[in-house]
Design a binder for this molecule. Sequence first.
Ligand SMILES: Cc1ncc(COP(=O)(O)O)c(C=O)c1O
Length: 392
Amino acid sequence: MSVVEACLRAEFAQLELSGIGKVVSRGFGDPDVLPLWVGEGDVATPWPIRKAAIEALEAGETFYDIPVGRRELVTALQAYLERLYGIELDPARLVVPGSTMLALNVAVDMVLEKGDHVVVVTPHWPNVTSVMRLAGAEVTHVRQEARAGRWHLDLAKLEQAIRPGVTKALYVNSPCNPTGWIMPAADVRRVLDLCRERRVMVFADEVYHRNVFAGDVAPSFLEVAAPDDPVISINGFSKAWAMTGWRLGWLVAPAGYRTQLAEFSTVLNTGATSFAQFGGIAALGDAGEAIVRDLRESYRQGFEIVRHRLGGHPKIELREPEGAFYAFPKLRGLDDSLAFCLKLLEEEKVGTAPGYTFGPGNAAHIRLCFAMSHDKLDEALVRLVRFVDRHL
Ligand SMILES: Cc1ncc(COP(=O)(O)O)c(C=O)c1O
């Protein structure tokens, strides 16, 4: 073993590219590829948000800011969350450390250490369990099941997976990437009760909170949790306001950890990019709600295109997402989703994500993001169907 190998943490050395990374790294930058592989559309962030950041740059906003987030941004977030959920929120619980992904890292680092046990509701985005495994935690999956064309989570199975006195945390992503499942409000309450009783921290990944196809916002743990409840809500600007490249997200932690959160934000990234935060403030301002609604309508139409092209195909089992902006169809006769996605990329220049990377039981699935502009999405789906007809 070399000196370098001997010095590295095993958890770091064992990191592998996710299935999404394996496909993207083959085709990234190829102008002929129609990319449905990652979680974003192809239209730039709406102008009022970009304008705010441009103006901030022009005004010379290029300095360090407060590591937990610029005061106006934290205040705007507090007002936004209070309005959205009808709650009162102490801004001392709010942190904007950088991206949503960074917020997830903060949450995991707050709670998990080597040998800890965490339950993850799955299918799940692969980066989530990579962060947990990096921390040295042991992951147990509880899988949503498809029934009558929709996804459901059996809470009895969740309860069984939580080991009394052992399990430290539970990760729930609702609306879910990749299935589009939304945890019903009654289940949010039951899960919170369970976690209170079992002394388990909930990581509530709510980054798709506004990407819902009925209503205006998905049920949130923030609506039911008291400030001292074991809930860390993780959220960000990427999905509701089409701001993926801004790397701007937030978390709401239980009360009482202001100092630790401030210091942790400092050592991680010394706060989010200063001029990007002005875009966040604009997103939460007057223009923001119309942007959220317009994007949501566009994504809803995107799913109608998916339904039109894939629904009813004899080899494709399509389930209806309630939120987010992904389809996660099961393909009859598929057993190697990675090989399928790589070949699809090579032959038809369509980028998709292989199901296996979203946790056990998904090797016959692929994920495709339907946030893409509609003509390109349609063309990509025509190519996908042609490929399925040829190979499955
Ligand atoms: C479930 C989930 N959580 C967190 C993130 C991270 O979001 P961001 O790109 O804003 O860091 C994503 C991004 O796709 C996601 O799908």
